[in-house]
Design a protein around this ligand. Structure first.
Ligand code: MG
Length: 370
């Protein structure tokens, strides 16, 4: 049995290769603040997790928040068995209620250790790995229709055939963006239009009904589940719920009230893999389809999300996203889940996560608990 002997916390700034705008352009991002959690056990195993909010204006989460939470979470976990992931989560909840995103890297590191201890991938531990790879969606920053098509083309050049296109400010221009991109969409491509909560219900209903002839998907059109429900009842398109899915209660509500037929699960937003598993099971039982990714981060976070994605049957899995493809640094060169002609899969032969950061890319730990 493993016991947690030491927890080391690392901070790494991850610069984006180019400035990025979403929610109709009102939010600008140029770099991410990522936190890496390394858990060492008394049996010589080492597990890693990464937590990387998308800046500090996108969700109620910020990089410093993870490291502040670590001051309360890490001491409580010393001496505990990391293989008992439900116990670990219960202990974290007892010591710090809420703050789901801050718990995610600790949870992922424990799953990594559980996998190494059992000789299984995290995808297998989550119920069984489905072998089909996951299509990777691009993330297209808000701009003019022509600028956005240019970005789509850059991703096509890298093999991508799924695109998450960020819209949601000027409603007339949003209609133009959608019509222009759909007119230039290849037959083998899927584009979903991600509003990131930017529309009021009246705006959502207006835009969506003016493109009702196009069979497209809209993601998180409005701020709240109530607003999205209002929109869902007055439009014909498939709706994906993203930012407003955090808890099992949210998932139950989405299912019972038919608010969306798709959900976007971001591992850190929902509090890690242990919690994501519960959302998955509720959603699969209700016929929901899944988009799976993390909020941000390097190949460590991307790979954890990929394990979760491959625990979902291929027919219920739409896409993932690799934040690593938007970064100018790589924390684990040559390893982990990568872009392979627009698809991604878990690392071959992974026990646990199957990837660890090269520590020299992280610098010295900012805190060590033992
Ligand atoms: Mg989204």
């Amino acid at each position: 049995m493993n016991r947690i002997e030491r927890i080391s916390i690392f901070q790494r700034t991850l610069p984006l290769t180019k400035p990025y705008r979403l929610s109709g352009g009102r939010l600008l991002f140029e770099r991410l603040d990522s936190t890496f959690v390394k858990i060492d056990t008394d049996q010589g195993l080492t597990g890693w997790g990464e937590g990387c909010p998308w800046g500090h204006t996108y969700l109620p989460a910020h990089g410093g928040g993870i490291r502040a939470a670590a001051e309360l979470l890490a001491p409580a976990l010393i001496g505990m068995n990391p293989e008992r992931v439900e116990h670990i989560n219960g202990l974290m909840d007892f010591n710090l209620p809420g703050h789901l995103y801050a718990k995610s890297p600790f949870d992922i590191a424990c799953w990594d250790i559980l996998g190494q201890a059992t000789g299984l991938s995290i995808a297998d531990l989550l119920g069984g790995c489905y072998e089909e790879p996951t299509p990777i969606a691009s993330s297209i920053s808000t701009g003019s229709p022509e600028e956005m098509l240019q970005l789509v083309q850059e991703y096509r050049d890298r093999g991508y055939y799924m695109h998450s296109v960020k819209i949601g400010a000027d409603t007339e221009l949003d209609v133009e963006r959608i019509r222009y991109l759909e007119a230039h969409r290849r037959d083998d491509e899927l584009i979903w239009y991600d509003v990131n909560r930017a529309w009021l219900p009246a705006e959502a209903i207006q835009v969506m009904n003016s493109v009702r002839d196009l069979p497209v998907i809209f993601e998180q059109p409005c701020e709240t589940l109530d607003e999205c429900k209002w929109v869902q009842a007055r439009t014909v398109h498939a709706i994906s719920i993203d930012e407003r899915l955090e808890t099992t209660q949210d998932m139950l509500r989405i299912v019972q009230q038919c608010i969306g037929e798709i959900v976007n699960v971001k591992i850190s937003r929902v509090g890690g893999l242990t919690r994501a598993r519960k959302l998955r099971d509720i959603g699969l039982a209700a016929g929901i389809k899944f988009i799976v990714m993390d909020t941000g981060g390097s190949v460590i976070a991307d790979t954890a999300a990929q394990h979760f994605a491959q625990s979902i049957p291929h027919s219920s899995r739409i896409a993932t996203w690799l934040c690593q493809d938007m970064l100018s640094v790589d924390t684990a060169p040559g390893s982990g889940s990568r872009n392979d002609s627009g698809n991604s899969r878990i690392p071959t032969g992974a026990n646990g996560l199957g990837v660890a950061p090269a520590e020299d890319t992280l610098g010295p730990p900012v805190a060590v608990y033992a």
